[in-house]
Every structure is written in C-alpha cells, then in structure tokens.
Design a protein around this ligand. Sequence first.
Ligand SMILES: [Zn+2]
Length: 251
Amino acid sequence: MENKKLLSYLDELLIPWQFKDYCPNGLQVEGKSQVQKVVTGVTASQALIDAAIDINADAILVHHGYFWKGESAVVTGMKRNRLKALLENDINLYAYHLPLDAHPEFGNNAQLAKLLGIQGNEPLERGNANSVVRHGRILNGISLSDFSHRVEQQLHRKPLVEASGPDVIHSVAWCTGGGQSYIELAASNNIDLFITGEASEQTIHTAREMGIHFISAGHHATERYGAKALGEHLAAELELEVHFIDIPNPV
Ligand SMILES: [Zn+2]
C-alpha cells in the first residue's frame, strides 16, 4: 500500500492530535512510496534498523522514534548513522509515542493489563480519558509474591519488587515505561500496587512511606506489546507482511 495511506490509517486509529507529546507522532522519516513489509519494534535503534535492512523491510513502526523535545537538532554521530541507514535503504519510519501507550486496545497499557490479568482499564488522572496512568482490579485478590511471579513469567524478566502494601492486592495502577513518578498519585488514590517500567531511588521511599507495593518490570519489557499488537492488527486488516523484532534491553 502507499506509505501515505498507511500513515492516514495509523493516524485515524491512534489519533495523535489528542496528545501533547514530546516528539512528533506519525511518519518521522519518509522512505519509498509503496509499503508491503513492515518491521515493528520498541525503539528505532541502529540494531532494529539493521534487522529491517536484513529482511528488506519497507517500513519500521516503533514506540520510541526520534526528534525528542530538548535533544540537539544537529545530525551527527549516532543520529546521522541511523538516518543515513534509513534514507539509503528507503525505509519509512513511523513512530507513535503517547498514542501507542494509551490506545484502548493496542496500547502498551492495555496490552500489559491483558497479559497480567488486570480487570478494567480506567484513567487514574481525573478528567483525562487519555491518561497514561491507569487503574483496575485483580478479581478475588492476589498476594504480591504470586503477582510478581506472574510478571516474571509474562515479561520474561525478573522485576524489582518493593513490598510495602497490603497482604492481598485488589487494586492495581500501572503505567508502562518510565512512569515511576506516578507512584504518589497511585498511593493517594489508595491503590494496593503500582507497576511501571523503571524505578528511581526515591520511588522506593515513596512506596514505603505511603504504604503501596511497587513493581518495576522494565521499560522495554512493559512496552514490547503495543507495537507487537498493532503490527498484528495491520497484518490482519491491511494484508501487510509484519515482523515484530525484539531487540533485548535490560532496562
Ligand atoms: Zn517508553
């Protein structure tokens, strides 16, 4: 299909204009006009680009693209290498950041809730339906050790766990990626457990002093599933050939 048609399809699905984001969403680097083979992944790193070149992909679709607010605007070094590889190989780069966290079906948050057996997916920030921090419930409750085990099984990575909440977990709030600063909002809403990708030193003190369990399950690990689910949808709906390529990252 035409690269611009794929862009319209993705924009209509993910509605990027509803978000105040830190990067441009949509087609970030334009390549060839016809797209058939698409690589999906978490981050448009050099390793992902190289993997896409190896299989002759026409496009890459990621959660973490380029041109972040505050980054240097010059095209040198690592940025030059990545852009050179994309442009020389005529590969389109599509990137959706917050819209791909928040989508109710293909979003990172929705996909993580599904993987972890969390019921419900409501915004935790009042008056913001697109909030990237969500909350839901565990039917009949679960212990922290059982839930941590589930996280490890599903995400294939041992999480960092701080036990500071109740014996039985009923309510859970979560935000994929680097959402650790939302722990206070979760605790002040009497949530039993907060899960995100990353942790900061002060996150642990907040968990202890506000009495909430905390799990840091990995930025990469919690954000694998949005791009993957979206790619599967594109393969089914648009008859594109889609390959999800996981470039492991311990953070
Ligand atoms: Zn992220």
